[in-house]
Design a protein around this ligand. Structure first.
Ligand code: VGL
Ligand code: ZN
Length: 209
């Protein structure tokens, strides 16, 4: 069984969003096109409480982009984004939500961030994504979404670590690129860990009727 993982296709990561990923909107039509080719489609949502520790605004005199120690883990500080129930946390309006079989929420604990769709950044709490995939007999996962150098990267690395055969759809992901070269480094790291990197047209054409 093959699953498609849609990582954080939310308003705040798209154009004019609070944590805008450059050209992030470009992945939405690709997600829509790919969904019907999979047995299972799971979407993750970054889903933070307003007091989340990853928000610079929750730390006096801190600014987005700075790194702090958050309960023992290095934490990049971000603008307030994807607050539970806010419009910024909604899926992008053009995403075909009918094609989504399950939604996994992450980043709900104010004390720790969760870039991966599988576990928090300390690998302490599972989100339920692994259980869902195992229950449905999924062995292969295909990943797309936002952002390449954060949530996509850690989702891919965890999927590989858990033994899923993992493919990144490179044209259907965009990065934050806080530092120049972050996206290239993330791609390299995923490939070194065993991910297959392909362009999404390889899927659409091989599964077309
Ligand atoms: C993300 C930064 C903070 C992501 C989420 O989806 O990549 N990045 N929260
Ligand atoms: Zn976040």
């Amino acid at each position: 069984m093959k699953a498609l993982l849609l990582v954080d296709l939310q308003v705040d990561f798209c154009a004019l969003g609070a944590l805008e990923v450059p050209d992030g909107d470009a992945v939405i039509p690709l997600a829509n096109q790919l969904m019907p080719a999979f047995d299972l489609v799971v979407a993750t949502k970054d889903w933070h409480p307003a007091n989340h520790g990853s928000f610079a605004a929750n730390h006096p005199w801190r600014k987005p982009g700075q790194v702090i120690d958050l309960h023992g883990l290095p934490q990049v500080l971000w603008p307030i984004h994807c607050v539970q129930g806010s419009m910024g946390a909604d899926f992008h309006a053009a995403l075909h939500q009918d094609g989504i079989d399950a939604i996994i929420h992450k980043g709900t604990d104010p004390e720790i961030d969760s870039y991966s769709g599988f576990f928090d950044n300390g690998q302490r709490q599972a989100t339920g994504l692994e259980g869902l995939l195992r229950e449905r007999g999924v062995e292969e996962v295909y990943v797309l979404g936002l952002a390449t150098d954060y949530c996509v990267k850690y989702t891919v690395l965890d999927a590989l670590r858990l033994g899923f055969s993992t493919t990144l759809l490179t044209d259907a992901t965009r990065g934050v690129e806080l530092q120049a070269g972050d996206v290239a480094a993330a791609l390299r790291k995923m490939e070194e860990a065993g991910a297959v990197l392909i362009s999404s047209d390889a899927i659409s054409s091989s599964t077309a009727p």
